[in-house]
Design a protein around this ligand. Structure first.
Ligand SMILES: [Zn+2]
Length: 264
């Protein structure tokens, strides 16, 4: 896609191989960032097609509907190939060109090796890391559609569930998505070609239980897990420690019943 128009700078770019990955992994956080006033973009590395029940037009319409539900203003398809996505120079150039156009402060990269699912997931994470490095390179503007070098300051991982490896991330944190979980579920439901009613029920169960677990670890009803490639820097110990509830319970359930008031 030749695109020479000036682009509004984004605060956060979230990227993953397939339309629907980011909704499942961090849709609640993306909706929350938008509500908090940040400029957010979803970048799908591929169309996600072919799949058994989808088509290019259907998937595109579903992705647009999911974008609308989350309130995310920008959604870009990088147009790399689905199913055979591989880290390599051309994929890095294509994604880094987008970084140089939109100049994000933070990129959120879907990360993990998912042997029961698409191998694109692992490759997408590698492309994201490499493109961040390539984005800053000088004397190669012609490889990036004439864009100027840009260094992306911050990288955040959002781990795939069912990761094959036990990762020792340098640091992890959980974003409270109690207020946006319903938006997230609705955005996932927009992908009707991928999730018929039976499959959707299973995915909703997976999302609610996973996000319920991660949220509960920090005292939230629902939370999404993220990781960093570095330890968290702390200019103020109190702010970091007290900024997280940091403890199991007391989660406030919708019908407060005191079920979790377990003070052994
Ligand atoms: Zn996927």
């Amino acid at each position: 896609m030749a695109d020479d128009a000036p682009h509004e700078r984004l605060d956060v770019i979230a990227l993953a191989p397939h339309p629907d990955d980011l909704e499942i992994l961090c849709g609640g956080t993306l909706a929350k960032l938008v509500a908090q006033g940040y400029k957010v973009g979803i970048f799908d590395l591929t169309s996600g097609e072919p799949t058994p029940r989808g088509s290019l037009d259907t998937r595109k319409a579903e992705a647009e509907e999911a974008r609308r539900i989350l309130g995310v203003p920008v959604r870009v398809n990088v147009e790399l190939p689905n199913r055979v996505l591989m880290d390599g120079p051309d994929a890095r150039f294509a994604l880094a060109t987008q970084f140089r156009r939109y100049r994000p402060n933070i990129i959120i990269v879907a990360a993990g090796r998912t042997p029961g699912a698409s191998p694109d997931h692992l490759q997408g994470g590698l492309i994201g890391e490499a493109a961040r490095f390539y984005s800053q390179l000088t004397k190669w503007n012609e490889r990036f559609d004439g864009t100027e070098p840009y260094r992306v300051p911050h990288l955040v991982y959002v781990p795939f569930p069912f990761e094959a490896e036990q990762r020792s991330w340098h640091s992890q944190f959980v974003v409270d998505i109690s207020d946006t979980i319903d938006q997230k579920i609705a955005a996932v439901k927009a992908y009707e070609s991928q999730f018929d009613p039976t499959r959707f029920a299973r995915v909703e169960h997976l999302i609610r239980s996973t996000n319920g677990f991660h949220g509960a670890r920090c005292g939230y009803m629902y939370g999404e897990l993220f990781a960093l490639p570095t330890p968290v820097g702390a200019p103020d110990l109190v702010q970091v420690v007290c900024g997280s509830k940091g403890a199991l319970a007391p989660v406030v359930l919708p019908a407060a019943s005191g079920v979790l008031s377990g003070n052994g």
